[in-house]
Structures are given as structure tokens and as C-alpha cells.
Write a protein that binds this ligand. Structure first.
Ligand code: GKR
Ligand code: MG
Length: 436
């Protein structure tokens, strides 16, 4: 029978729910994580009652823009993803590079909106055709997707209501996650606890917190503890000068798998890349398709850390993968504090990529809440099995969603602001885009 031209399921309802999830006091270049990380959960429902979901970083401006896009989206066929994107661009315009901001995380609006809508539509399409999202991205290249341990310097504290306090009854990783990590020995202890729980086989340290000597010492301490078979990375989020990056980059050549955003900007990265043998990775200097020509011209990195929340969705990330292939860039994945809907999308993408040469980033071990039925994802030997059910393969736990939305209302946060959080601990502390 002829199905061509048959309209697909049409969007009939859009629900945007901001939530706040417990996050420990993690340190980074921009300051300190608040006791709650904000996420936004988007649900689209079609006229024939199919629900599709997605998760993006929480930010009230983005939530409001999503609300404002409702009129443009109601009645649209979920299969018409290019048209949906075009309609959104025609209404809102596109983001500029400057809107990304200087913080470690991306602050553009439209990329998040595209991602939220596209992922929820793909969830619906998967349910309509009876296939997991990975099959909509070109098919499954692997059954399990490997992730890396993601270490943070941190103050003692569990986050959430406990804030800098701890739960004396916690055991295992839940206890280790509360401990302070302010020096190399404490970072090694954190790594051991996280790897014991999740089985990670690569390790990343979020740097840009202490002066480079301390952070580089922590990397050597990790190397000493885990040996040469565990790949290591450090990410100072562009806080080092070119000279500092070259000096410490050279020192760490024997122990690093890659060096992530050692310095700010494509020009600076290109200078470091010429001087240091270790591959350079970025989620800061080449962050959009518009940045690619200059990246290629300058040679600013070896590996682009994609993030479907910032690159405008899962299909855009597959496009990026093709571009990376063409220009000899590696591709891996960046992360922020997140729950299982984002993780499911990351796993489908990770399973569809032609190659996954580096274990992907995830903050998931730092979160304890969940918003999906069945609770938290399991990691085995550092990997997550690709969900097999149609669509994303995860369903909203509506009771959990309501509780996490209450957290959002109660905590009073409306956007991520690590500098303000840091000032509560160190009055007068100021973010500096280049520090050492
Ligand atoms: O969660 O503090 C954090 C990280 O610093 C995050 O915001 C970064 O975007 O993980 C990120 C990175 O790799 O730069
Ligand atoms: Mg990074």
C-alpha cells in the first residue's frame, strides 16, 4: 500500500518541567556547583497519544523559549525534523558564538531547544516504527557504550539538603562521593571508589581549580596508582596560558591519553598542539559547525567532544561525526550533570557512531536522583548497555518528576551560576577566563 505522503503523528501537547537534582559541591574553573543541578524535562505527546521525552540542562530563559515555541510546534508531524528546525530558526534566529559564553558549559539557547525537540521526536518516531533510537541514527555499531570516570576536586558534602554536610549512614560510592577531594591523595581515593563502583577503565580529572602544579601532581598520582593501562585525561577548562599548557602538557606527555582544553581559543590551542605530542580535545574552542572551518585552518584540536545538547541534537552529532572523519578529527563526548533521559540519548548516539576510540564523559555517578521508571542505569565495566525498547527505551517516572520539580521550586535556582556559589564559600572570588 502507498504510505508516502501519509501524515505522521502530530504534536498535540508539549510539557516543559524544570527539575532540580542533588549535586555535591564540585569545583571547577568557574567556581562551585550549587547543591542542586538544574535540568529540564520535555515531553511531547502526539494526537494519537504517543509520548516522547528529552532532557536538557536547566535554565529559566531556555525553558521560557521552549514554552514560546509551543505555538510553532503544535500540529507538526514529528517525522518532519528538518522543517521543525527551520520553523524554529525562522522564529528565533540562530545562536552566535559569543552566546556560548566563557564558562565551561554552553549557554546558547537554540542548540538546546533543537536538541530537546529533536530527541523527543526521535523517541516518538522510534515508538511508531518499533525501533530503538540508535536504529534511526544509522544502526547499532556496538551493544555497550564505554564511559570514563569523571573526577572532580570537591569540598566535603553530599549536596542537596545536606549541602556541605554528609550522611553518616552512606556506604561505598555514596560515602566516597561525599568526601572532600582537595589534593592528589584525595583525588586518587575518589578515583578508586568510583572505578570500584562503576568499573570505569579510563579516568578524567576536571582541572582548572588549583594551580597547575597540584593538578599535574594529581595526574601523576593517578598514573602511579592505576598504571599505564588506564588512559588518563585532564581538563583545565581553558584556564592555562599557552606557555603553561605547553610546559605541563610536555611534562604529562608520557601519561596522558589526551589533554582537554588546556588553553582558551582556537589560536592558543593550535599553538599548544604544535608543541605537545599528546592529542588535544575540546568542548570549548570548537563548539559549533560555524567553528569548524577555522578549526581546520588552524589545526586547533585532534578530538571534538560532542554533546547532543549543544550540537543541536543527535542527528547533528552524526553529521559532526562525518565532518570529523573527513578532516581527521576524533570524536568523543562531553557531559554535564544529568539524569537517565540524557544518558539514554548519549548511549544511543554512542552506539551509532562508527567509531568510539575514547570512553565518553559522563557526570552520572555524581547524581543520585532519577526521573525514569526503574531507577538508575547500571554500569558494567564502565559501560552502559544500549536500551533495546523502541525509542529512547526509557519512560518518565511521573512521581519522581513531580518530586524533582518540587525541589526546583523549593531551591529557588533558575540558572547555573558557579561563581555566585563559590562566593558563598570564598567571598569576593571571581571567575578569571585565563588564570595561570
Ligand atoms: O560540571 O563543572 C562541571 C564541568 O566543568 C562542566 O560544566 C563542563 O562543561 O564537563 C564539562 C567539560 O568537559 O568542560
Ligand atoms: Mg571539557
Amino acid at each position: 500500500s502507498l504510505v508516502a505522503g501519509k501524515p505522521g503523528p502530530r504534536i498535540s501537547a508539549i510539557t516543559v518541567t524544570p527539575i532540580a537534582v542533588v549535586d555535591p559541591p564540585l569545583l571547577n574553573a568557574a567556581g562551585l556547583h550549587a547543591p542542586y543541578a538544574l535540568r529540564t524535562i520535555v515531553e511531547l505527546v502526539t494526537d494519537d497519544g504517543i509520548s516522547g521525552i528529552s532532557e536538557i540542562p536547566g535554565n529559566r530563559d531556555i525553558d521560557q523559549a521552549l514554552e514560546a515555541s509551543r505555538e510553532l510546534l503544535i500540529g507538526r508531524d514529528v517525522f518532519q525534523l528538518s522543517e521543525i528546525r527551520q520553523v524554529l530558526v525562522a522564529h528565533f534566529g540562530t545562536d552566535t558564538a559569543a552566546q556560548r559564553g566563557e564558562a565551561p558549559w554552553d549557554q546558547r539557547k537554540m542548540v538546546h531547544i533543537f536538541s530537546a525537540i529533536e530527541v523527543a521526536c526521535l523517541d516518538i518516531i522510534g515508538k511508531v516504527v518499533g525501533r530503538p533510537v540508535v536504529d534511526l541514527l544509522g544502526g547499532k555499531m556496538r551493544d555497550r557504550v564505554p564511559f570514563s570516570a569523571y573526577l572532580f576536586y570537591k569540598y566535603e558534602g553530599a549536596g542537596g539538603q545536606l549541602s556541605f554536610g554528609t550522611d553518616p549512614n552512606a556506604t561505598g560510592w555514596a560515602a566516597a562521593r561525599q568526601a572532600s577531594a582537595l589534593n592528589p591523595a584525595e583525588i586518587v581515593a575518589q578515583a578508586k571508589a568510583m572505578c570500584a563502583e562503576f568499573g570505569f577503565q579510563s579516568i578524567k580529572l576536571k582541572g582548572g581549580v588549583f594551580e597547575p602544579r597540584q593538578e599535574v601532581d594529581a595526574m601523576f598520582a593517578l598514573h602511579q596508582e592505576f598504571g599505564p593501562e588506564v588512559p588518563l585525561r585532564i581538563d583545565p577548562n581553558a584556564l592555562w596560558t599557552v606557555e603553561t599548557a605547553i610546559q605541563y602538557g610536555k611534562e604529562m606527555e608520557p601519561i596522558l591519553e589526551y589533554l582537554e582544553d588546556p588553553t582558551r581559543g582556537q589560536e592558543g590551542m593550535a599553538k599548544v598542539r604544535k608543541a605537545v605530542k599528546t592529542p588535544l580535545a575540546t568542548n570549548m574552542c570548537t563548539t559549533s559547525f560555524e567553528d569548524i572551518p577555522n578549526s581546520i585552518a588552524l589545526g586547533s584540536e585532534d578530538i571534538i567532544l560532542s554533546d547532543h545538547h549543544f550540537w543541536g541534537g543527535l542527528r547533528s552529532s552524526m553529521t559532526l561525526s562525518g565532518i570529523c572523519d573527513t578532516f581527521g578529527r576524533g570524536l568523543s563526548m562531553h557531559s554535564n550533570s544529568h539524569l537517565g533521559i540524557s544518558l539514554a540519548a548519549m548511549v544511543h548516539l554512542g552506539a551509532a557512531l562508527p567509531r568510539v576510540p575514547y570512553a565518553l564523559d559522563t557526570h552520572y555517578p555524581w547524581q543520585s536522583d532519577e526521573v525514569i521508571v526503574g531507577g538508575r542505569f547500571l554500569f558494567e565495566e564502565g559501560s552502559v548497555a544500549v536500551p533495546q525498547a523502541p525509542g529512547l527505551g526509557v519512560e518518565l517516572d511521573r512521581t519522581a518528576l513531580a518530586a524533582l520539580h518540587q525541589n526546583y521550586l523549593a531551591c529557588g535556582l533558575t540558572k547555573r551560576d558557579d561563581e555566585t556559589e563559590m562566593q558563598k564559600v570564598q567571598p569576593g572570588w571571581k571567575f578569571q577566563s585565563v588564570r595561570w
